[in-house]
Design a protein around this ligand. Sequence first.
Ligand SMILES: NC(=O)c1ccc[n+]([C@@H]2O[C@H](COP(=O)([O-])OP(=O)(O)OC[C@H]3O[C@@H](n4cnc5c(N)ncnc54)[C@H](O)[C@@H]3O)[C@@H](O)[C@H]2O)c1
Length: 247
Amino acid sequence: MDDFSDRTAVVTGSAGGIGLAIASALVDAGATVVLADLQGAAAERAAAELSSRGPGRAIGVRCDVTSESDIAAVTTAATDNGGLDFWVNNAGFTRDKTMRNMSLDDFRAVIDVHLVGGWLGTRAAAEIMCEQRRGAIVNISSIAAKVGNPGQTNYAAAKAGLIGLTKAAAKELGRYDVRVNAVQPGLIGTAMIEALKPEVLQAKLQDIPLERVGTPSEVADTVLFLLSERAAYLTGAVIQISGGRHM
Ligand SMILES: NC(=O)c1ccc[n+]([C@@H]2O[C@H](COP(=O)([O-])OP(=O)(O)OC[C@H]3O[C@@H](n4cnc5c(N)ncnc54)[C@H](O)[C@@H]3O)[C@@H](O)[C@H]2O)c1
């Protein structure tokens, strides 16, 4: 297992689901982790639970990733607690509707949380990481970015945008030894997929060579690899975690 005992990380959207699994794996590896989530009380509860287990520790902070000042406060929470080595842009939600039913607000809200939030996080992390000439950022995209899904014009656009952001930022920050990579999960067992209709879930399962939904901790394993020195020569990479779906 990686030893991150002298490392500090920010994981957005980490009160539950994939973000919590990433935060939990980082705490297992000894890191100090800031759990930044819109659900502040849930983030604080999760952080207290992770800290009591150790060996790393966690701090829960209420944060709306679309707010520049909230992102600045999260950055300060990290630097006040040791520094800023890793940043994971994970926060998000879906608002699936066909275009016929999707309002401009539905479109903008999803672009805002995934893409604008991802850009604000990447920019804030880069400012500190470039100065210290060390750091790694991981953006949580989706295979929806690659293949599109009906009812997800907002989500697919946001997640595809995140890939462009990842590659452009990787090119800008490489000279400072700051790496920026992305993962594209497929169907992962979290609250987000509970919103799927049973027949839609069944159809998706038939499309997965490994014939099952993935777990949040399987996504966390890949994210930790990308953050670690084992991935020292990886930047601008996009790793699909989909059980082979849409390979
Ligand atoms: N579950 C999947 O199958 C799947 C597949 C591909 C990609 N993803 C992506 O993985 C990430 C995590 O998804 P999940 O399934 O764990 O979802 P989840 O709903 O379990 O967790 C998302 C978290 O983000 C938080 N959040 C929402 N808006 C926020 C905001 N404005 N600021 C801060 N926090 C906010 C929520 O409070 C929640 O805790 C998302 O970016 C999602 O698009 C998920």
